[in-house]
Design a protein around this ligand. Structure first.
Ligand code: GDP
Length: 464
């Protein structure tokens, strides 16, 4: 129930609209929106595949690609042309999304997609955590070339860490793109070998994907074979009867239908959004961008910002830089606010990772909470009191273990070791962290912990 304070702060939408009508009439909301994060070893061919995909769906034109091919050939790097598509368009792609991850929007006749690049370098894992938290499933690109595939999966391979992270952050579906099949002459035997090894790896107890949620597709991002179409001339590839990569993307079930076929549920949810970007628009206005986690909200309504505890009336909402009458679950939108409505001195008190919510159901911001923690491989034990970095979506804060409540299948001790499952209390060593119980909102109730640059565990919030 709203308190007096929130009633006072409550403001009405500027426009009186019929929400179901508004949502069904908007063409944009008729196609399901699917987002995926692209992970894989450096040089596996992620950028090339993304360039190819954008070209095939018509997001970049043939002229641009031809120009890039010519430039690349001049430098003796012809094969890099497609990867450059991504660099060329990156400025445009980044606009209105986030600064630290690359999200590319494109659409087919059936769906709208957001492809999120996870930077390959080890230091970028924190950004990857942010990227993964916005995705519905993972696309894992592996290099089919003999030897390359094996080295990408060596014990300390970052691919492994990325996969573990993706799974612990809640992605339960992965599509493995077996790339560079042109170099292996499309040999079914090589493909099957990779499928079998990866199946074993992905379903191992450490990673624990459900085998029904792992799919494999052999392709060549460079030649384009089996990305959008198959080349009937390649006899060696006639054994393959599955979908092309784009057919797969269109068909894959992410558990989320188009908003237009799920309106009743959406209208009942309370509005939640994680902030991905905050910036100044003018002397008097600023903008907050993020992906709507649940519910709907309209210009004129007031939202609550946690942990800065601001109540801000929304001046306007934009989607792909066009004004809209309602923001809805799944969309990456920007809200404009007046600085004069802030109680704090600066809009910069609102930060990436903060949570916006409907004023009658604000999320909690806490300094202490209880988590069910899964520990990964650790070189040394995790003691009560040792500092680490805690991640929730794209937010990271210094934290530490303040208490071990219980250890599964073991006696209670003052430290945790590799592969244990424990219930423990975590203390935040910064301003309070906005958080929900996992039971309440899955996407906002997961945390990952890292120490000395290595991911050591992941958990779900069980008590606040
Ligand atoms: P990233 O680091 O994963 O983004 O990899 P890139 O897309 O930059 O590709 C690395 C190298 O592999 C480049 O030289 C690409 O031309 C090459 N490459 C990518 N995909 C294919 C493919 O399907 N076949 C072949 N033969 N080479 C490829």
């Amino acid at each position: 129930t709203p308190t007096d304070k929130t009633v006072l702060k409550n403001t009405k939408p500027f426009k009186k609209i019929n929400l179901p009508e508004e949502l069904t009439s908007n063409e944009t909301f008729k196609k399901p929106r699917k987002s995926f994060v692209v992970i894989g070893h450096v040089d596996a061919g992620k950028s090339t595949l993304m360039g190819r995909l954008l070209f095939e769906v018509g997001a970049v034109d043939g002229k641009t690609v031809n120009n890039l091919v010519r430039q690349a050939e001049k430098l003796g790097k012809g094969s890099f042309a497609l990867a450059w598509v991504m660099d060329q368009t990156s400025e445009e792609r980044n606009r209105g999304v986030t600064v630290d991850i690359c999200a590319t929007n494109f659409e087919t006749d059936k769906c709208r997609f957001v492809a999120i690049d996870a930077p390959g370098h080890k230091d970028f894992v924190p950004q990857m955590i942010g990227g993964v938290s916005q995705a519905d499933f993972a696309v894992l690109v592996v290099d089919a070339i003999g030897g390359e595939f094996e080295s990408g999966f060596s014990m300390d391979g970052q691919t492994k860490e990325h996969v573990i992270l993706a799974k612990s952050l809640g992605l339960d579906r992965v599509c493995v793109v077996v790339n560079k099949m042109d170099k292996e002459n499309w040999a079914e035997i090589r493909y099957k070998e990779i499928v079998s090894q990866l199946n074993q790896f992905l379903t191992s107890c450490e990673i624990n994907f459900d085998s029904s949620k792992i799919d494999f597709i052999p392709i060549s991002g460079l030649t384009g074979t089996n990305v959008a179409k198959r080349d009937g001339k390649i006899q060696e590839f006639s054994w393959y009867k599955g979908p092309t990569f784009i057919e797969y993307l269109n068909q894959v079930d992410t558990g989320k239908e188009a908003i237009t076929s799920d309106i009743d549920t959406v209208l009942q949810e309370s509005f939640r959004m994680v902030v991905t970007d905050v910036h100044e628009i003018s002397n008097s206005d600023f903008e907050i961008t993020g992906k709507v986690d649940s519910g709907v909200i309209q210009p004129g309504e007031t939202i609550h910002v946690n942990p800065s505890d601001e109540y801000l009336p929304i001046q306007s909402i934009t989607l792909h830089e066009k004004p809209i009458n309602v923001a809805v679950r799944g969309e990456i939108v920007s809200f404009m606010f007046k600085k004069s409505n802030l109680k704090s001195k600066s809009f910069e008190d609102v930060r990436r990772g903060d949570i916006l919510s409907q004023i009658n159901s604000p999320v909690k911001a806490v300094k202490n909470f209880t988590v069910r923690l899964n520990l990964f491989n650790m070189k040394k034990p995790l003691l009560v009191g040792t500092p680490f970095v805690l991640f929730r979506n794209n937010y990271s804060v210094p934290a530490r273990l303040s208490k071990i409540i219980s250890i599964e299948g073991g006696k209670k001790k003052q430290h945790l070791v590799s592969k244990q499952v424990a219930t423990a209390e975590i203390e935040i060593r910064d301003r309070p962290l906005p958080l929900t119980n996992y039971e309440d909102t899955k996407t906002l109730g997961r945390v990952v912990i890292r120490r000395e640059g290595i991911t050591i565990g992941a958990g779900i919030v069980v008590d606040l």
